[in-house]
Design a protein around this ligand. Structure first.
Ligand SMILES: Cc1cc2nc3c(=O)[nH]c(=O)nc-3n(C[C@H](O)[C@H](O)[C@H](O)COP(=O)(O)O)c2cc1C
Length: 393
């Protein structure tokens, strides 16, 4: 069969699963979450539409494994909450019924926890722990994380991963980039410790290694673990691509996929979330460098929306898969099926029926005045983002 994008549409084996193509839906936090951090039906629908759009993997964003110390903003999923498994399993099921692999990002905000949320007054009053003592620009005090708290957090990543696996997720992503806890320990800019978690690269990498061991111990040998990292911090006194490569070599045997982003959102948000002024595919060069040094598949991310470019990145060996956040295609049922929901249900086509019920659930929800719809525009062809539906793959 003729395929217009043969490399982009090729399956990829990762651990014990085969991904249907090389396009991943990257984590993007979603506002429809309860104050306790429980997933709502609207949030499930948001991820379901991404799976329906054709992504190989849909990653649920920022599930916090140690909520008391690690909640980074008010859109986090709380893996410690009673009944968290209900929303998790519903979401994993919704993603998987469209043929995508369900993944979830495990994270901890470190010294950004409870500090920079949209609702600033919601801070729990908990101590803010980071790698080292410091005072933030807003005057908030950060304390060096004691080793017993480190141990609790390491354990919580394993427990969180086990919970997500039990809920039906096919894989997990450990968030080690963008200036959150693991990245704060890795960065010589923020990590000034003098114990075994600070100083040399091996020491600064220790938290990441312990967390990955904890996760691996919890999920077993063939369950895929993706590690998201920043390959360059762009900060004087931070780490660069040379040290990032050495770090990647240290973690390689513990993970199945290396997800290469760049930047630190405390200092250069325009790199973690490239604006329209950044070059398209601005991080590809970093993924390509990583590929020279590791044997596991490498994912690139950042300002990539053109399938021709994606095909070229994979065909030329610069990366093995492309993740997209803002550019992921979401798919709604074709308009012609909207009026035929009952017929579709009767015919047993659960995909269309479930999406149509999602649509009515969302439509029924009152939105604050002036806010945008929480869902993508109903469409078969957006013309804006990578439109898998019209591709000859
Ligand atoms: C609205 C929004 C929310 C995001 N939330 C998360 C998140 O929860 N976790 C995360 O690791 N990255 C998050 N990101 C970053 C994206 O995963 C991605 O790295 C970044 O947007 C660059 O990819 P893109 O150019 O394809 O959008 C978010 C990005 C956006 C735009």
């Amino acid at each position: 069969m003729y395929r217009k994008f043969p490399h982009l549409s090729a399956p990829l084996q990762v651990g014990n699963i085969i991904l249907r193509n090389r396009m991943f839906s990257a984590p993007m936090s979603h506002p429809n979450i309860t104050p306790e951090g429980l997933i709502t039906p609207q949030m499930t629908a948001y991820y379901e539409l991404r799976a329906r759009g054709g992504a190989a993997v849909v990653t649920v964003s920022e599930a916090i494994t140690h909520f008391r110390t690690g909640k980074s903003h008010d859109r986090n999923v709380n893996l410690n909450a009673d009944y968290a498994i209900l929303g998790l399993s519903e979401t994993a099921r919704a993603i998987k019924r469209h043929g995508a692999a369900a993944s979830i990002e495990l994270s901890h905000g470190g010294y950004r926890s409870n500090v920079d949320s949209a609702e600033k007054n919601s801070s729990s009053g908990e101590i803010k722990y980071g790698p080292s003592d410091t005072i933030l620009p807003d005057g908030k005090e950060v304390r060096e994380m004691p080793v017993d708290v480190i141990r609790e957090i390491v354990k919580s990543f394993g427990e969180g991963a086990a919970l997500c696996k039990r809920a039906g997720f096919d894989m997990v992503m450990v968030h080690g980039g963008h200036g959150w806890l693991i990245n704060q320990f890795l960065s010589p800019y923020t990590n000034k410790r003098s114990d075994k978690y600070g100083g040399s690269l091996e020491n600064r990498a220790r938290l990441a290694l312990e967390i990955l061991d904890s996760v691996r111990g919890a999920v077993g040998p063939s369950f895929p673990i993706e590690f998201r990292m920043s390959a360059e911090e762009y900060i004087e006194g931070g780490y660069d691509i040379t040290e990032a490569v050495e770090f990647a070599k240290l973690i390689e045997s513990r993970i199945d996929l290396l997800h290469v982003s760049t930047g630190n959102l405390n200092f250069n948000f325009n790199r973690t979330h490239p604006t329209m002024f950044e070059e398209r595919g601005c991080n590809v060069v970093y993924a390509a460098e990583m590929k020279k040094h590791v044997k596991i598949p490498v994912v690139t991310i950042g300002a990539i929306s053109d399938p021709v470019m994606m095909e070229d990145i994979i065909a030329s060996g610069k990366a093995d898969a492309i993740a997209m956040a803002r550019h992921t295609r979401c798919a709604m049922p074709p308009l012609s099926s909207q009026g035929n929901a009952s017929k579709i249900r009767a015919s047993g086509k659960s995909t269309a029926a479930s999406s149509s019920s999602i649509r009515s659930r969302i439509a029924a929800r009152p939105m604050p005045a002036g806010s945008a719809s929480p869902i993508c525009t109903p469409t078969r062809s957006t013309g804006l983002s990578a439109d898998i539906g019209s591709w000859k793959m």
